[in-house]
Write a protein that binds this ligand. Sequence first.
Ligand code: DGT
Ligand code: CA
Ligand code: CA
Ligand code: ZN
Length: 580
Amino acid sequence: MSRNDEIADRLEEFADRLEAKGVEYKPRAYRRAAENVRAFPGDVAGLAEDDGEAAVGEIEGVGDAISAKVVEYVETGDIEELEELRAEMPVDVEALTRVEGVGPKTVGSLYEALGVETLDDLEAAAEAGEIREVSGFGAKTEENILENVQFAREATERESLGEARPRGESVVSYLDGQPGVERVDLAGSLRRWKETIGDVDVLVASDEPETVIGAFTDWPEADTVIEAGDQKASVRSGEVRVDLRVVDPAEFGAALQYFTGSKDHNVKLRNVAIEADLKMNEYGVFDVSDVDDPDADQRAGERVAGETEEGMYEALDLPWMPPELRENWGEIEAAREGDLPDLVTDEDVRGDLHTHTGWSDGDHTVAEMVAGAAEFGHDYVAITDHATGPGMVGGVGVPDDELREQLGEVRAVADEADIGVFSGVEANIGADGSISVADDLLTELDVVVASPHSGLDGDGTDRLVAAAEHPEVDIIGHPTGRYINQRSGLDLDVERLASVAAEHDTALEVNANPARLDLGGGAVKAAVEAGATIAVDTDAHRPESYGLVRYGVHTARRGWAEETDVLNTRGVEGLREFLE
Ligand code: DGT
Ligand code: CA
Ligand code: CA
Ligand code: ZN
């Protein structure tokens, strides 16, 4: 988490706590300030340190009162008024509001009526039937809470990949080049690009563990040192726990393999080793055929591998496999058969087929979004602003007549652009699977993304199947509508959806925004197996977001997608063929 995110989180907490108390208007101001601080291109904390309140107050949406609080936070590490609010109503507002349907106002009411402070309290109150007795609440709310509380509990314990990945990369680049560091790499779920991360695991190969541990605990982004030993240490950086292990360079490959996991992958591999009279662990692979008691010593037997990860797999007669595959979803069997997929890479992606401009809820013009795509290195981009329809509240959606007007602008930009520019729309999929844009307009547009934006619970298969069958729909956008750690989205029979999509030449999206990653890895695997084409798109609302595509690519890799499975690895001509 960047320092901007950290400040924004505090401002959002402020807003939540004010709202829980029933304060009007002010929460909106804090939320708006939080949003602008989060999106601010510079370092707000640095600005506060160097130039003080006045400079912070220059940020859009940040008034005098809030800029003073930002400066106070940067200087002291907390905000007195916020601490008072916490003392006044000692609720875990962040955890509680993670329960779908529970907002700050609900938190306030349940605290006043029942003394609910934590997720455990909330669950207990719902189970006891106490919530339906509170005025303004009903049995439905209570059921909803019981259904969603576990999801929220897990969410509070795990960070999103989008938060954790930059932290992990930052610590790796910091350690790389520190004295004594021979090799450094990420391990764990972060190296596997899992969509949520329990903690960040980092491995260093070194003969000077003390020096390395010292450098690690001095990492400027480390807020607190949780523990520091001879070979390992843990720090907290923002919301993320970072675990470092320092290992003997001769055993780095073994440690990297072991600590990358997943646990299920490792368990399966260890059995493969045992069958071959080998012992595999975090120190290496050892031939134990002449050893009486292989368990007596971790390094018993003759070392066959350990220095490199490739060597570890080779010792088992297996090819090295990309970390994204290591979930025991069949990769070891596939490796034995020589059937591992040749995974799509970041470099394979040639364009983005889902982007927004100021015509809907983006911040930029068509020309700016196109220029951004070109600068990112794309060969083409599709402009797909929101249509009106179910789920488009607050005037975000663009009515059909304005979309027609926009089409003129997109075509004009396309004439001037150095890259391919496709006109498009992001239509809404209604509860009955209907598409929220007139057919004759859809026909005129190059790319039609159709996405669910409302009614995002229960089973969505029929709805999305209907949309995938629509002759003008090219891509189903963020199919489940989930928000990582916030809402689980629609349940889908992915296999059925994917086979219909394949039949109708409709692609299924991997929305690369790390708040979504939708479809996720497991669903991509089912979709690809059923023959569907995948589109990896960022849903960019500003040019800086094109870079998020890597989160989508690695999610597609977790789903075994190859270059040929992904629509936007094609060149302009290949893409046109698919769209027609
Ligand atoms: P996370 O942190 O919950 O997102 O997931 P991981 O996979 O990063 O798990 P973590 O941090 O507990 O441990 C890192 C890796 O170390 C894990 O992927 C596999 C390995 N590992 C940890 N504990 C065990 C274990 O008890 N058995 C085996 N075979 N491997 C383990
Ligand atoms: Ca981990
Ligand atoms: Ca760990
Ligand atoms: Zn979108």
